[in-house]
Design a protein around this ligand. Structure first.
Ligand SMILES: NC(=O)c1ccc[n+]([C@@H]2O[C@H](COP(=O)([O-])OP(=O)(O)OC[C@H]3O[C@@H](n4cnc5c(N)ncnc54)[C@H](OP(=O)(O)O)[C@@H]3O)[C@@H](O)[C@H]2O)c1
Length: 390
């Protein structure tokens, strides 16, 4: 008996998570098809994806690229559109699963649109939970949407979190690889290059999240993300450095049991878990060979060397607008580092100074989040200009 394929909307189809998702569609023997794909400005890549998967819609966020995309897909049936509103429309259009894999706060509006149509949303875009965790989770409830965590740590927790025993959870433990500079002396971090920072030892990811992993801001964003995804208190989330990235995270229960999910460091595993949920699907990911791995190491994170992790954990404790400011400042600082305007250690300095300089109350609406995000970005640019002069 042939089954109707489940259709996917892939927001951020040209990125690392987007590509891994598409790879699973290729290997799914027709279990999935692609309804809509989006990108920011990568016209050629997006056109090739739309063509290969015969997508219904292809959307480019950068409106100046509309003609280029239109002509690249002129001989196909794909509907082409452009601009931020078109991105939202793509998220609203029917499909069985929305993969939210845009990087940064830019993903918030389309992700929210998908949630508001009650969609099943596989959420990779952690920044949108960091910026608008309360608002997004309220909308998930209100519209009966299903949120499935793609981030490997949160997906691991999702797989071992016994919802019926939520009150018996004593702690979530997020594992962190420690990134490429785990063993690098702090003095040497002042001179590391973007090329060194994006070379992650275990995971192959987009540039922004790779830098976030190198500063360990990524783990900090994930602590905030975990707080919104799971019914735990802020002080029930811990981080342990585990360089092999085999255990993807753990849940401690009151009886002394710790449940963990293990797997090779390949994003296709957590993505497949979301696509097939509540079932399982085959993936081409490497199988875990514990005899070959032989040992698993664990250590406490160094919150002095990796100041960004501490800043993010503090932002969660402070609450209000702090996570919005933290995220906006970090996005601007990472971009400035990648374009060699500031050094690696300036990222934490920029974020800290921006948090001090911004005086804002907790956001009350999505519009409020965007205002605060814009204002925090403006202040961060000033902070960077001052840092560059000094
Ligand atoms: N990569 C991983 O292994 C991984 C793991 C866990 C979680 N995540 C999270 O997943 C998200 C995506 O990460 P990634 O590594 O896949 O990023 P990436 O490789 O940089 O891809 C980002 C995607 O978003 C699009 N995009 C960028 N800016 C945009 C904008 N302003 N408006 C609309 N679209 C925009 C990009 O389009 P263009 O190609 O046109 O620029 C691309 O399709 C991030 O939030 C990240 O933290 C990633």
């Amino acid at each position: 008996m042939s089954m109707t394929p489940r259709s996917l909307t892939i927001l951020g189809a040209t990125g690392s998570v987007g590509q891994s998702t598409l790879d699973l569609v290729r290997h799914s023997n027709g279990a999935f098809c692609v309804a809509a794909v989006t990108a920011n400005s990568s016209v050629k890549k997006l056109a090739a994806i739309a063509r290969e998967f015969n997508a219904r819609d292809a959307v480019i966020a950068d409106a100046s690229k509309y003609e280029a995309l239109k002509s690249a897909l002129a001989d196909t049936d794909t509907n082409v559109s452009a601009g931020p509103e078109a991105l939202v429309e793509a998220a609203q259009a029917p499909s069985d699963i929305v993969m939210a894999a845009i990087v940064g706060a830019a993903g918030l509006r389309p992700t929210m649109a998908a949630v508001r149509r009650g969609a099943t949303v596989a959420l990779a875009n952690k920044e949108c939970l960091v910026c608008a965790g309360d608002l997004l989770m309220e909308e998930v409830k209100r519209h009966g949407a299903t949120l499935l965590p793609v981030d490997s740590e949160h997906n691991a927790i999702f797989q071992v979190f016994e919802a019926e025993n939520a009150k018996s959870v004593s702690r979530l433990v997020l594992t962190a690889s420690g990134g490429p500079f785990r063993n690098t002396a702090t003095e040497e971090l002042f001179s590391v290059t973007p090329e060194q920072a994006v070379a992650h030892p275990n995971w192959d990811m987009g540039a922004k999240i790779s830098v976030d992993s190198a500063t360990m801001m990524n783990k900090g964003l994930e602590v905030i993300e975990a707080y919104y995804l799971f019914p735990v208190e802020k002080n029930q989330i811990d981080v342990v450095v585990h360089p092999q990235s085999v255990i993807h995270s753990m849940v401690d229960y009151v009886d002394g049991s710790t449940l963990a999910q293990l797997g090779s460091p390949d994003m296709r595993v957590p993505i497949a878990s979301c696509l097939a949920w509540p079932n399982r699907m085959h993936t081409p990911a490497e199988r875990l060979d514990l005899q070959k791995i032989a040992r698993l190491d664990f250590e406490a994170p160094d919150l002095v060397k990796f100041r960004c992790l501490k800043l993010a954990m503090d932002a969660l404790q402070v609450g209000g607008a702090a996570p919005v400011i933290l995220n906006a400042a970090n996005e601007i600082a990472v971009e400035a580092f990648l374009t060699k305007k500031i050094g690696f250690m300036d990222i934490a300095e920029t974020v800290e100074q921006s948090l001090t300089a911004c005086d804002m109350k907790a956001p009350q609406s999505l519009a409020n989040v965007f205002e605060q995000d814009n204002e925090a970005r403006r202040i961060t640019h000033d902070v960077i200009a001052r840092l560059r002069k000094s």
